[in-house]
Design a protein around this ligand. Sequence first.
Ligand code: ADP
Length: 274
Amino acid sequence: MEKAARKIAKGDLEVRVQVNSGDEIGSLAHAINDLAVDLQRYRDTRSEFLATISHELRTPMTYLEGYAKVVKEGLYDTVEERNRYLDIIHQETFRLSHLIHDLFELSKMEEGKSGLNLERIDLEEVIENVTLKAELKAREKGLEIKVDLQWGLPMVYADGLRMEQIVLNLVDNAIRYTEKGIITVHIKSANDNKLIIIIEDTGIGIPKHELPNIFERFYRVEKSRSREYGGTGLGLAIVKRLVELQGGTIEVSSEVNRGTRFTMTFPIKAKGVE
Ligand code: ADP
């Protein structure tokens, strides 16, 4: 077992110990095998993740390289054409910095480094901040944001900035994937000391078979959609982790061409949210 443990420490994760007894020694052997399996899984996920990141970074870089070259070599006929290329360069740099920001956020969370700043917060204020930030984008698309807040909502013990980030992310998505109609944010408390936040839109929806995957990192519904709408494919993965970090759950339901609804449930705790 000692030999196996040392091999595992050196990175030889194929090693397994033979389990010959049902006593403490046997259970130690099982534990060593489980450790090897876990480490192997971790290593595979990590290399898959790195491969995806390099792919995600390469795509905008190709655009940047290509269009910068075109502009530099004067391969355009009109000023409008040149400006169009410069616009693409600008959009792609924006997308890149967004991606880097999201990746950083996610890696901080996965390392368990993003501590919560728990305090008593007024959700009405959180929602007000979100609508203030999102309203301009919504108005540009002719969309309305409606807030349906239950009267007399209790103060909750949570991280105000994180809550804002969660709701803003979902409202941003709702705006991005909706062409006409309304985005509604419902907040209410349920009997069993739960707080429920729902973000609903009347947008393009998500096909049923894609729903189970949308919280995965880099998952995008219909790949072709994503370039048209921008986005990093990390938004919902971050939202889910932030919700869970505060003891909550998030669920999604959707109907294509009808709209999408995200429902979050948080415990209302007197002293803290685990
Ligand atoms: P992205 O940055 O690409 O929007 P997200 O993680 O936020 O990534 O979302 C994952 C995918 O889920 C998106 O590519 C999009 O197709 C789909 N999606 C998210 N929110 C909505 C919504 N409100 N309506 C329709 N599709 C959505």
